[in-house]
Design a binder for this molecule. Structure first.
Ligand SMILES: [Zn+2]
Length: 208
C-alpha cells in the first residue's frame, strides 16, 4: 500500500492451506480405488470449500478496513484471465513433450488465483458504492517498471523485489513504489506515464 504497509492473509487462512496440502498428500499416498482414498478426497473437497469461504470473509474484512480508513482506494485493474492462461504444449517431431515454461509460470498463476484478486475487487467496489466512496481502477501496464518519484523507466525482472531508481536515487521495495505510483496516477487524472514529456527529454529509456 502507498504508506508502505503490506496486507497478509489472516493466520486461519494459512493454517487451512497447510492442512489442505497435508491432506492431499495423505490421500494420494493411498491405493487408487480404495475406500480410504475416497474418504480422504471427500475431506479435501470439503476443505477446499472452507478455504473459499474464508477467502471471501477475508476480502469482506479487508474491504471494510480500507473503506473505513480511506475515502478513495486506487487499485490495479489486473486482467487476471490473461495471467493465468496456460502455455501451449510443445512437441518434438516424434510427439514427445518438450519443456514449455509452464512449470515456471505455475507458481505465479497459482498465487494470483489464491489471492482471488478479481473477487476482492468486486467486493471492494460494491461496498464502496454503497458507502458513497470511490474505488479507482488503474491500468497497471508499466506500473512496476516506472519510478513513482521521477516517472522514468527502471527496468525490472519479476524476481527483482527492489526498486532502485538510477535517475533520481529513490530506493524502496518494488510493491511500495507501484502503490505510490498508482496513487499518483489516480489522484492526477491528467498525469500518465505515457504522456510525461518532461521525463522523456531527460531519459532515452522511457515507456512508449
Ligand atoms: Zn526516479
Amino acid at each position: 500500500m502507498a504508506d508502505g504497509t503490506t496486507v497478509e492473509p489472516p493466520k486461519y487462512f494459512r493454517r487451512s492451506q497447510d492442512k489442505l496440502a497435508k491432506l492431499q498428500q495423505k490421500a494420494s499416498a493411498r491405493k487408487k480405488g480404495s475406500r480410504a482414498r475416497k474418504l480422504l478426497y471427500r475431506k479435501v473437497a470439503k476443505l477446499h470449500q472452507k478455504i473459499a469461504r474464508q477467502r471471501k470473509q477475508f476480502h469482506f474484512e479487508l474491504s471494510k478496513q480500507l473503506l473505513t480508513k480511506y475515502d478513495a482506494v486506487f487499485v490495479e485493474d489486473l486482467t487476471v484471465k490473461n495471467m493465468v492462461r496456460r502455455n501451449k504444449p510443445k512437441q518434438d517431431e516424434d510427439g514427445n513433450y518438450l519443456p514449455n515454461g509452464q512449470s515456471a509460470k505455475s507458481g505465479l498463476a497459482k498465487s494470483i488465483l489464491d489471492c482471488g484478486w478479481s473477487q476482492f475487487l468486486d467486493i471492494l467496489s460494491l461496498k464502496a458504492e454503497r458507502a458513497g466512496l470511490k474505488v479507482i481502477k488503474i491500468n497497471p501496464r508499466g506500473t512496476s517498471q516506472v519510478c513513482f518519484n521521477c516517472l522514468n523507466l527502471v527496468d525490472k525482472q519479476l524476481s527483482d523485489r527492489w526498486h532502485c531508481c538510477y535517475h533520481c536515487g529513490v530506493m524502496m521495495p518494488r510493491d511500495w513504489n507501484s502503490a505510490l505510483l498508482l496513487k499518483k496516477l489516480g489522484l492526477d487524472e491528467t498525469l500518465s506515464i505515457k504522456r510525461s514529456t518532461a521525463s522523456r527529454k531527460r531519459s532515452q529509456h522511457h515507456i512508449a
